[in-house]
Design a protein around this ligand. Structure first.
Ligand code: ADP
Length: 440
């Protein structure tokens, strides 16, 4: 039997016993009713005293020292004490957890700012205060964009694509760069993660400078070597045994020249991440020029088609767009046999303008596709080297497209061919009607 039920039985038993004692005493003294009444009144009085003690104890919250009452009241007091202990235990655990959380976020090497749906600051840790110059109480409740005044950050918030962080230069003047990333969570709340990336940015700048300078310095001696090798290879008096090595040396010198040319091009593209404006580019003449370049190769795919489905112009930087498209077409020509075919296509739809180069060449295994645009990444060093590739072509394509707000998509099936598609946003399209009306 449970203690509560037991206490109730006990209480009922005591009431009956009191009534019985009253009855017997009343009978002995000649009035049963008076005896019964007095006994029940005493019982009720005793219960009232217990109730009073219980209420007094609850009101004064002296949980540590509960009144010593038995029966049902004792049971109620025991229940209250148990509930109270449980509540205190959970509260302590919660407070402990909160303290730990606060201590760990304060010790984080990165800044953390909690924002509400209106992007008002709710809380921030010590590092965020240091990096963003936030003041403990004064800045709470203020909108983050009012404190962090940067056009880049404002654009980042406006676009709302928080998949990757942005890097901004602070106004402190000591070449400080911060990486900022918004992380949405809960109902409209957001975390802003802040970290100091000045060191990485300085190293990156040094790396870029080094590559640009080294390429620049190598260009002149290489031009001299290539010149002499060309003269030597055309010399009829050249020893027969030397003809082969000289031709190979010329080929390798040409490859080095191509690598240096691409490195310099990449360095130039990397100088600034800014979006390019641009003039309208006619795609049809550009594609026929690229076709001629392919045909001029000593070995090229037999069938080179051009399909123009729109006479819209592309708004961009002509030399850069030429360089990107030419790299794609060049690759298609390099990695497709003489029996194969290439198709260049230009079209416009609701999403924007698209340029694709499809070939029936050797194709690319799927695991290599995500890494193709990395510098010097080659699917197979042998196949690229034998075609004179620098491994930098697709890195250049990616950079040029980025500067035009465009993206590169690669589709490929090993053994049956590849398709490289450049997707340009609608803002880069100038429809033919517009251009005509401008011309009038
Ligand atoms: P590369 O100058 O070596 O061609 P890229 O950056 O242009 O360098 O291309 C990277 C690699 O991607 C190449 O080495 C090649 O293996 C692969 N690749 C590029 N385009 C094609 C294509 N159309 N067909 C097959 N493989 C390709």
């Amino acid at each position: 039997m449970q203690p509560a039920t037991q206490a109730w039985w006990f209480a009922v038993g005591r009431l009956l016993a009191t009534a019985l004692v009253g009855f017997v005493l009343g009978w002995l003294f000649g009035n049963v009713w008076i005896g019964l009444g007095v006994a029940l009144a005493l019982h009720l009085g005793w219960q009232l005293i217990n109730l009073f003690r219980l209420e007094w104890w609850l009101r004064h919250r002296s949980f540590a020292d509960p009144p010593d009452v038995g029966g049902v009241f004792g049971e109620i007091i025991a229940q209250i004490v148990r509930l109270h202990r449980r509540k205190r235990f959970h509260k302590q655990r919660f407070v402990q957890l909160m303290r730990q959380l606060q201590r760990s976020t304060a010790a984080l090497p990165n800044g953390v700012v909690i924002l509400n749906a209106q992007r008002e600051i709710i809380w921030f840790n010590r590092m965020a205060a240091r990096l963003l110059d936030l003041r403990r109480t004064a800045d709470l409740g203020l909108r983050i964009e009012n404190l962090l005044r940067s056009p880049q950050f404002a654009r980042y918030l406006e676009i709302g694509d928080f998949a990757s962080p942005i890097v901004i230069r602070t106004t402190r003047g000591d070449d400080q760069y911060l990486s900022l990333q918004m992380v949405p969570y809960g109902e409209g709340q957001q975390l802003l993660l802040v970290s100091d990336v000045s060191r990485q940015m300085r190293l990156e700048a040094m790396r870029k400078d080094f590559v640009a300078n080294a390429s620049h310095e190598l260009r002149s001696p290489l031009t001299v070597i290539s010149g002499y090798l060309e003269t030597l290879s055309q010399d009829p008096a050249l020893d027969r045994d030397l003809q082969g090595p000289v031709t190979e040396m010329r080929r390798q010198a040409e490859r080095m020249t191509a690598i240096i040319r691409d490195l310099l091009e990449l360095s130039r593209l990397e100088e600034t991440d800014e979006m390019l404006g641009g003039e309208p580019i006619d795609i049809a003449p550009l594609l026929s020029m690229l076709r001629k370049d392919v045909v001029a190769r000593p070995v090229h795919p037999r069938d080179i088609k051009i399909r123009i489905d729109s006479d819209a112009q592309l708004l961009g930087d002509q030399p850069e767009i030429h360089s990107a498209f030419s790299n794609l077409v060049d690759n298609a020509a390099k990695y497709t046999s003489a029996e194969g075919s290439i198709e260049m296509r230009w079209w416009v739809d609701d999403e924007g303008a698209h340029f694709s180069v499809a070939d029936t060449g050797m194709g690319i295994p799927p695991e290599h596709i995500p890494r193709l645009t990395e510098r010097f990444y080659r699917v197979d060093a042998g196949r690229s080297r034998s075609t004179g590739g620098s491994g930098l072509g697709l890195a250049i394509v990616k950079h040029v497209l980025q500067r035009h707000g465009a993206e590169l998509e690669v589709q490929s099936t090993l053994g049956s061919g590849s398709r490289f598609i450049c997707h340009f946003p609608l803002s880069r399209v100038q429809l033919a009607r517009e251009s005509r009306s401008e011309a009038v």
